[in-house]
Design a protein around this ligand. Structure first.
Ligand code: IFM
Length: 457
């Protein structure tokens, strides 16, 4: 059987598999001054000169705040069973603490109802990088108090949406929140090479995750919760002891630094030694690791690519750099490595045990162009997604408990510091008119879902 684009269906998925897409609030919602929303660090950062390509911000973006019903209809057209979105903390708590902004809560409440009416399971993420600016003004994630504020915000969402929402994610890609924001300076609040701060932030993110898990257990004990790190299998670029060491450290820096505390209640020893010079352990108080390792129900895996690591003495990232190794790359300059997804899933099972896994993000940017027609053909994206689904299907056959898969992303959207030039969507967005045009990959994904659900894939 073939689907749109002449590409074969990928077999091997259970009939109740969660077929989904993912988005995030700042990247799609727009309406930054509407409905009582307070500013977030991304409003500030994206308006600072020189921070983003072409000075672009997400003040309007896909205007999903006003188009959410149309967008939910697109999801229903695809036959999705799951929609992963994020809640903008500053839309529901404009100052990051204190009373809820009822208009903001109402927006997400209506979205949840609209999804359920269309047979789609809502899968909200509590934090996708958009800290309320009011909390940043008090130190942001560097300030330990922010962990308590996050737990209060999480508890409020469990209270107000948890009667209809059963699946939650605490943090999206905490590695990015900590290290790209406080070492690389590419993400808000845009600090360069401050390792002591970055490490403290990483610990506070993990602690806030643990406190939110505990809040869910107290308020909604039957609901399920997890965290969604971006995980990258690592390889040495060259077959040398130096690059082997570089790959091991990068693995610790990006993968184990988040997985070990959550699953094992301890930071990895080799990385603690690496970070001793930054005074990391002063941030850790008694009981923190017990909170961080509060049992979770699922792990979200954001998977984009495997990395090849080598040394680059002037890199702020521990003097290391990841280098693309094979053409073609995606438009982000990332290797296309579907077997890396299989590798990572089996490694999680081996090192951290059997845990339900959602692929909370996977996708690719390619230079899509709309010629005014009804469909934007994107064979490269169909190839990318289908090859990753093949890897996923193999991992399921190998005994990994994968419950669902979310394409990043439903729509072309605001790709942070890279602005609007990078298009990841299953739907092309013509920003001047806000028209959504299906790409070939949307039609292919729809056919794949239908075949899998019918048991015919
Ligand atoms: O757009 C981002 C998303 O916000 C987090 N994961 C990676 C995507 C593509 O870069």
């Amino acid at each position: 059987m073939v689907a749109h684009g002449g590409k074969r269906f990928v077999p091997g998925f259970p009939k109740d598999f969660g077929w989904g897409v993912a988005t995030s609030a700042y990247q799609i919602e727009g309406a930054v001054d509407e409905g009582g929303r307070g500013p977030s660090i991304w409003d500030t950062f994206s308006h600072e000169p020189g921070r983003t390509q072409r000075g672009e911000n997400a003040d309007v973006s896909c205007d999903h705040y006003h188009h959410w019903q149309e967008d939910a209809d697109l999801m229903a057209d695809l036959g999705l069973s799951v929609y992963r979105f994020s809640i903008a903390w500053s839309r529901v708590m404009p100052n990051g603490k204190g009373p809820l902004n009822e208009q903001g809560v109402d927006f997400y409440s209506r979205l949840v109802d609209g999804l359920l009416e269309r047979g789609i399971t809502p899968f909200p993420t509590l934090y996708h990088w958009d800290l309320p600016q009011a909390l940043e003004d008090e130190g942001g994630w560097v300030n330990r108090d922010t962990t308590q504020r996050f737990a209060e915000y999480a508890a409020a969402m469990f209270d107000r949406l948890g009667d209809r929402v059963d699946l939650w994610v605490t943090h999206n890609e905490p590695w990015v929140t900590a290290f790209m924001a406080y070492v690389g300076s590419e993400k808000a609040p845009g600090i360069y090479n401050d390792w002591p701060l970055a490490l403290r932030v990483s610990h506070h993110l993990l602690l806030s995750h643990g406190l939110a898990v505990q809040a869910l257990r107290a308020g909604r004990p039957s609901a399920k919760i997890g965290i969604a790190p971006n995980l990258h299998p690592t390889r040495p670029l060259a077959d040398t002891p130096e690059d082997a060491k570089a790959a091991q450290i990068w693995d610790g820096f990006q993968n184990r630094w988040f997985l070990d505390p959550v699953f094992k209640g301890a930071y990895p020893e080799d990385m603690l030694a690496e970070y001793e010079r930054f005074g990391f352990e002063e941030s850790v108080e008694d009981g923190d690791l017990a909170a961080i390792s509060s049992p979770i129900d699922h792990l979200g895996v954001n998977f984009y690519h495997r990395v090849a690591v080598t040394q680059k003495p002037d890199s702020p990232y521990l003097g290391l750099v990841c280098v693309p190794t094979q053409l073609p790359l995606t438009e982000m300059g990332w290797d296309i490595t579907p077997d890396g997804l299989h590798e990572m899933l089996l490694r999680i099972k081996r090192d951290y045990g059997d845990i339900d896994i959602y692929i909370t993000e996977n996708g690719a940017a390619f230079p899509d162009e709309w010629d005014g027609g009804d469909v934007v053909e994107d064979p490269d994206r169909i190839d990318f997604i289908s090859r990753h689904l093949e890897a996923l299907s193999q991992a399921i056959a190998d005994g990994v408990s994968v419950k669902g898969y979310c394409v990043w992303s439903l729509l072309d959207n605001y790709e942070w510091e890279k602005g609007y030039a990078k298009r990841f969507g299953l739907y092309y967005v013509d920003y001047p008119t806000q028209r959504r045009i299906p790409k070939g990959s949307a039609l292919w994904y729809r056919d794949q879902i239908a075949a899998a659900r019918a048991g015919g894939s």
